[in-house]
Design a protein around this ligand. Structure first.
Ligand code: 1Q0
Length: 215
């Protein structure tokens, strides 16, 4: 029997993709990292056209990274660590706003990295929230504790309005396609520590190289 959907639209597999990012040297592999984000965008695309402005931005950032991954320096973009070394050593990271230099991998991944904290907080909130918790509140709290700190007022406003359209917790769990609510809660409990680890390693990497404020 099929335990869950085989169309890639199942959150267990998407979160497992993130888990598979860490190699034996605790380096973060770019390809599964991007594949994980693609999987999340597929979920986002089921949540209504009001989130189009979010998924477009996520897709644009994934594409920037895929171009690096298929370009002449693709080997330098094999892991987040090799990307940082390569771009720093070659002076490719723009530390100031409004200069001519092209968009770097470092600043692009930083945006996804900040969004990963939102994801972790949101899914943790869904996991531990009661059956009748308000998902819009869980989502807004997670957003305010993460991405909102880097977004201008107009984006924060649009985002908060969009969150009010989110379905209830039950519907989220159904949409995860991992079985019963209990199974979904269990799956999240297993998967979220790996997401947190990925976040922490990236945070440490960016902090060491003073890259956490890239414009
Ligand atoms: C549950 C649905 C809510 C999903 C939304 C959460 C994040 C809101 C982020 C709002 C971003 C606004 C769009 C653009 C912002 C950019 O200006 C900003 C900065 O970039 P830049 O180049 O201008 O400096 N970009 C970002 O901050 C990156 C945002 C990436 C967001 C990626 C969201 C991916 C999708 C997640 C959905 C996961 C659903 C999981 C649960 C499913 C359960 C059935």
């Amino acid at each position: 029997a099929m335990a869950y959907g085989d169309d890639g639209h199942n959150l267990r597999e998407v979160l497992a993709t993130f888990k598979s990012c860490l190699d034996e040297k605790s380096e973060i592999l770019m390809d599964p990292y991007l594949a994980g984000w693609k999987g999340l965008v597929r979920f986002l695309n089921t949540m209504g056209t009001i989130f189009t402005f979010v998924s477009k931005d996520a897709v644009a950032k994934i594409q920037i990274m895929e171009e690096f991954r298929s370009g002449p320096h693709k080997e330098s973009y094999r892991t987040l660590q090799s990307m940082v070394s390569y771009e720093m050593a070659n002076n490719l990271v723009d530390m100031k706003k409004n200069t001519e230099r092209p968009v770097s991998g470092c600043r692009t991944i930083l945006r996804l990295h900040r969004a990963l904290l939102w994801l972790q907080l949101f899914l943790e909130g869904l996991r531990t929230g009661g059956a009748d918790c308000k998902t819009s509140v869980v989502c807004t709290d997670s957003y305010n504790a993460s991405l909102a700190n880097y977004h201008p007022w107009i984006i924060r406003k649009a985002t908060t309005i969009a969150f009010c359209t989110l379905p209830n917790r039950e519907a989220f769990f159904e949409n995860m396609k991992v079985g019963s609510n209990e199974e979904a809660v269990e799956m999240l409990g297993e998967a979220l520590p790996h997401i947190k680890k990925l976040y922490d390693i990236t945070q440490e990497l960016y902090s060491q190289h003073k890259l956490l404020d890239l414009p």
